[in-house]
Design a protein around this ligand. Structure first.
Ligand SMILES: [Zn+2]
Length: 195
């Protein structure tokens, strides 16, 4: 994601709570939510902004934190549990009780970049080098609906960029060089056929 695209797609106005009206997404029982695996289409569609923080959403977030920890992930975005909503949880030590929840996040990217290996809970067995901004400013809303702003550097900045990508329907596959995607062909075919 370029800086231009990031600012164009997520202005402060768009990120306000409550946002524009949209068709109400489904509200499944949070206890039934589980990790969604590629190529499920929910993973490659842009998500809708969160309009209301209610008890259902709080339960969804709790479930997401549990799933993140039990799968040893450092972050999980709502589309990864099948919900097309702009929110994610992240915890660099994969601990649910240390997780930060960000609703309707907006990222401002620093221009300095670095490459590092990433994996994704929705792409089991797939890892690859992804270039990301070294530091970002992450803004959004917490679970009380209060605005938050966090400068992040290094690994937490990378997690925030990875999770925010999920809200735009962008996976690490499209951030890898074409040669890396070709090398992953067999593993990707296996994921396609298991679904
Ligand atoms: Zn991911």
């Amino acid at each position: 994601m370029t800086r231009d695209r990031a600012t164009k797609r997520h202005t402060r106005k768009e990120a306000s709570v409550p946002p524009r009206k949209a068709a109400a997404p489904p509200r499944p029982d949070p206890a039934t939510l589980d990790i969604v695996i590629w190529p499920d289409p929910v993973l490659t569609r842009p998500a809708e902004e969160v309009g209301t923080i209610d008890s259902w959403l709080l339960q969804v977030v709790e479930r997401m934190k549990q799933l993140m920890e039990s799968h040893e992930g450092v972050g999980l975005a709502a589309p990864q549990v099948g919900l097309p909503l702009r929110l994610f949880v992240m915890a660099e030590k994969a601990k649910a009780d240390q997780a930060v929840t960000v609703i309707n996040p907006v990222l401002e990217l620093d221009s300095h970049t670095e490459a590092a290996e990433e994996g994704c809970l929705s792409l089991p067995g797939i890892r690859g080098q992804v270039i990301r901004a070294k530091s970002v400013t992450l803004t959004g809303y917490d679970l009380k609906g209060d605005p938050i702003s966090m400068p992040l550097e290094g690994f937490p900045a990378r997690i925030a960029q990875h999770e925010n990508d999920h809200l735009d329907g962008v996976l690490i596959l499209s951030r890898m060089p074409p040669s890396a995607r070709i090398a992953l062909g067999k593993k990707l075919r296996e994921l396609r056929t298991r679904s």
